[in-house]
Design a protein around this ligand. Structure first.
Ligand code: FES
Length: 154
């Protein structure tokens, strides 16, 4: 019987043994690892502020799956590589999506920003929509645009 879970994180193997079974991946990232770029917004899987990507094998294929870390138990990351918004930066150089957010003042309150950056930055992952609650914006990746929910110009 296994007594620990393992996942890859920033090139290292993370082993968690005596953890609470209800520890969320978000709490692990923020409270244990202090990787606070991933935010807690709604804490119930609706807003996307906590979006991270899990890289894992599905059969013969390596897939990138965006998940809401606030409602994912850390144990469910077993056998994956956990990729967060901090991991987009290379050698202190922002990812082009991050740089565009800075250049265009794209961050509003900032809570949804990790998800808004995380998903478009990784063309391999399959998330289709993210919601920015403060501005009521929806990033519709399938349509390649952001739209306001209330129909206002912006
Ligand atoms: S904080 Fe996880 S979806 Fe909102």
């Amino acid at each position: 019987m296994r007594t620990e879970i393992q996942f890859q994180r920033r090139g290292k193997t993370v082993k968690l043994a005596s953890m609470s079974p209800t520890l969320t991946l978000l709490d692990y990232l923020r409270l244990t690892e202090r990787a606070t770029g991933t935010k807690e917004g709604c804490a119930e899987g609706d807003c996307g502020a906590c979006t991270v990507v899990l890289r894992r094998l599905r059969g013969e294929r390596l897939v990138y799956e965006p998940v809401n870390a606030c409602i994912l138990f850390a144990a469910q990351a077993d056998g994956t590589e956990v990729i967060s918004v901090e991991d987009l930066t290379r050698d202190d150089t922002l990812h082009p999506v991050q740089q565009a957010m800075v250049d265009q003042h794209g961050s509003q309150c900032g809570f949804c920003t990790p998800g808004f950056v995380r998903i478009p930055a990784d063309r391999r992952c399959g998330a289709q929509r993210l919601l920015c609650a403060c501005q009521r914006l929806v990033l519709d990746r399938g349509a390649g645009r952001a739209a306001r929910l209330d129909g206002a110009e912006g």
